[in-house]
Ligand binder design. Structure first.
Ligand SMILES: Cc1cc2nc3c(=O)[nH]c(=O)nc-3n(C[C@H](O)[C@H](O)[C@H](O)COP(=O)(O)OP(=O)(O)OC[C@H]3O[C@@H](n4cnc5c(N)ncnc54)[C@H](O)[C@@H]3O)c2cc1C
Length: 342
């Protein structure tokens, strides 16, 4: 591991100023010389592998105040601070009862030991698990801009089929992001120019020609927390995750579904896909097919087809399309049949 300076931040404004000071080059935030660290379960891994090379690491765990630490519930919805650990969100009774899709994305991710450490700020910013990104002897546009993509003609069984480009086919690895996209969450950010709030769906960029530029965050911008609006769909929501082993593993395919039903008819539906896309992925075309229709085998299959109509497959990952469709169908039916929300 390369040498780096480690400091602890005591408040959010000082944290932003410190990272800004240490981000001397004009590069996307993920490439900056100064980086935050929370649980460290992703950062320390990539620093050890020499994939991330910050020379200044700022620990945000001791930032004072409730804003980044608390889970709050109000009439308008849920607010989850970015320093909340995955395990805390998993154990929260309001989340279990009123936002089960969020609970699912916690309990189906990683292991309990990792969830005890992992923060929800770090979770959404975790880097891809593409093997060619993780092993520095391979060319990788995401790690070394302009070097090429070894995955496109390599072993690409894990890779994305939606939102990919000729420069990168890495999959977005996280689960929580799908719940946030499906529930129309916003994200509170503090930056050098003050606070701002943006749609979570706008946070991650698709790879295009610049896969190394992963998010809309500018160097120094700190995620403070997430706002999830209340609505009739949040209680009837689920996350179905298909993976190679059930003890713990990243998604091969996954679907977050939230439903607002009028009897057997879909009044409103939200669908987000994991494991198959380059970023948390909202399946708007599939949703449009279901609105106002009875949710049955025909409409669910039509919606699943629509979700994958723009899929681009490579040598080893074409199986993700049929399995991804079945994942959507299963998630739709399991969500429709949920007891708690009837
Ligand atoms: C074996 C293993 C299995 C896993 N399986 C899964 C899985 O199935 N599903 C899943 O979703 N995840 C999985 N993970 C990933 C895990 O969830 C993430 O590593 C974790 O959530 C990252 O949070 P952290 O606090 O440790 O982040 P850190 O490692 O501390 O930081 C990650 C990134 O976020 C940035 N950052 C952290 N906090 C902030 C903030 N507040 N504002 C701005 N930037 C910030 C850091 O600078 C860094 O770039 C797995 C991890 C491991 C090791």
């Amino acid at each position: 591991m390369r040498p780096f300076v480690y400091e602890r931040a005591r408040n959010a404004e000082d944290a932003v100023a410190a990272i800004r000071r240490h981000s001397r080059r004009d590069v996307p935030s993920v490439q900056a010389d100064g980086q935050y660290i929370a649980g460290g379960t992703n950062m320390s891994d990539y620093m050890r592998l020499d994939v991330m090379r910050p020379d200044f690491v700022l620990d945000v765990n001791e930032i004072a105040g409730d804003n980044m630490r608390r889970i709050r519930v109000g009439d308008s919805g849920l607010r989850i601070g970015s320093l909340v650990r995955m395990a805390e969100a998993e154990d929260n009774e309001t989340i279990q009862r009123d936002y089960p899709v969020i609970h699912d994305t916690m309990k189906l991710a990683a292991t309990r030991q990792i969830r005890n450490m992992a923060s929800l700020g770090g979770n959404v910013l975790q880097r891809t698990r593409c093997d060619y990104f993780r092993e520095v002897s391979f060319p990788c546009n995401k790690r070394d801009p302009g070097s090429g993509c070894a995955a496109i003609n390599g072993f690409n069984r894990q890779h994305a089929v939606l939102g990919v480009s000729d420069s990168c086919i890495a999959r977005y690895p996280g689960d929580f992001g799908q719940a946030l996209v499906a529930l129309d969450a916003t994200v509170d950010i503090l930056g050098p120019n003050g606070p701002r709030t943006m749609r979570f769906a706008d946070l991650h960029k698709l790879p295009g020609d610049t896969p190394w530029d992963e998010t809309e965050l500018k160097p120094g911008e700190l995620i403070l927390g997430y706002n999830i609006p209340a609505g009739p769909h949040t209680k009837r929501s689920r996350y179905v995750k298909v993976r190679d082993r059930d003890s713990y593993q990243y998604a091969l395919t996954a679907a977050a579904v939230a439903l607002d039903m009028d009897g057997d008819t879909v009044r409103d539906v939200r669908i987000a896909l994991g494991g198959v896309a380059a970023a948390p992925w909202r399946a708007h075309d599939a949703e449009e097919i279901l609105k106002g229709r009875t949710l049955d085998e025909d409409s669910a299959a039509e919606a699943a087809d629509a979700a994958f109509q723009s899929a681009v497959t490579h040598q080893h990952n074409a199986y993700k399309v049929p399995i991804g469709k079945q994942t959507i169908i299963r998630a739709l039916f399991e969500t429709r049949d949920m007891e708690a929300s009837r």
